[in-house]
Ligand binder design. Structure first.
Ligand code: COA
Length: 260
């Protein structure tokens, strides 16, 4: 599958999706959104892809958000209706059973940060700047930011960021729980790929069920979440990989997981 605005590379069970418009700091235009929808939609059903890394091309930005050049005219109603019919690519990300890791170098603003928020684990370079800056353009986050940010950093911090459009640095992002790790800027992608490789070596079904239990459970009352966890844990008891994991421990060797 060829793309114009993104690059997809798969190796050793890890798919890397790179936003590839570095001349505009990987700003997202309609074409990129459509390509990301297609790309994540296809990755979701690829069993051989165990982990997905999302990053931006170049050294300056993960993504500077929506392509503001598309904002200068009010949208005609027809185009608006067309847009509504098209699935948001972050919905396609939500349907990926694989863990998604964001490797954030430089700017992650607006829709760029919302893309990172739709990932499961965020690694930032020490040069990262992050913010939901939409308010300064007379709009509000429309790619999940008003919902995902408070779930991650709490209501007060999220409101402070969304209402002021503040652009915070990597250290502050780590402090408030917006990113999970900060590493030297030049090492962001290699660190993300190293983490992805480590996850890709885990028992594949357990990896997916662990993500499902946490992500689906967060939307459920505790009792239902505990039931979901119990059901998934019970299902895993039927796998060969569970036996292999225990055997490898007892035989003091690395497990050879097969996904069965
Ligand atoms: N949409 C379209 N183009 C963008 C863009 C965006 N969101 N963000 C940056 N660009 C373009 C710039 O227009 C510029 O293009 P040019 O070289 O043709 O003039 C190029 O990317 C480089 O950006 P520039 O502003 O010159 O770099 P900088 O280092 O001075 O500033 C930012 C970088 C990210 C701080 C600044 O570009 C910015 O604030 N961008 C908007 C971020 C934003 O609000 N995003 C949310 C959109 S909802």
């Amino acid at each position: 599958m060829t793309y114009e605005t993104i690059r997809l590379h798969t190796a050793g069970g890890v798919a890397s999706v790179t936003l590839d418009r570095p001349d505009v700091l990987n700003a997202m235009n309609d074409r990129m959104r459509a390509e990301l929808t297609r790309c994540f939609g296809e990755l979701a059903s690829e069993d051989d892809v165990r982990v997905i890394v999302v990053t931006g091309a170049g050294e300056r930005a993960f993504s500077a958000g929506a392509d503001i050049r598309e904002f200068v005219e009010p949208e005609p109603p027809v185009r608006f209706r067309e847009q509504r019919r098209r699935l948001d690519f972050r919905g396609a990300m939500d349907r990926c059973p694989q863990p998604l890791i964001a490797a954030i170098r430089g700017y992650a603003f607006g829709g760029g940060l919302e893309l990172a928020l739709a990932c499961d684990i965020r690694l930032a370079g020490d040069d990262a700047r992050l913010g939901l800056t939409e308010i300064d353009l007379g709009i509000i986050p429309g790619g999940g930011g008003t919902q995902r940010l408070p779930r991650l950093v709490g209501r007060g911090k999220a409101l402070e960021m969304i209402l002021t459009g503040a652009r915070i640095d990597a250290r502050e992002a780590l402090r408030i729980g917006l990113v999970e790790r900060v590493v030297p800027a030049a090492e962001v992608l290699s660190s993300a790929l190293e983490l992805a490789k480590a996850l890709a070596a885990k028992a594949p079904v357990a990896l997916r069920y662990a993500k499902e239990a946490v992500m689906k459970g967060l939307g459920l009352p505790l009792e239902d979440g505990l039931r979901l966890e119990h059901d998934l844990a019970t299902l895993l008891r039927t796998t060969q990989d569970r036996v292999e994991g225990a055997r490898a421990f007892l035989e003091k060797r690395k497990p050879r997981f097969t996904g069965t």
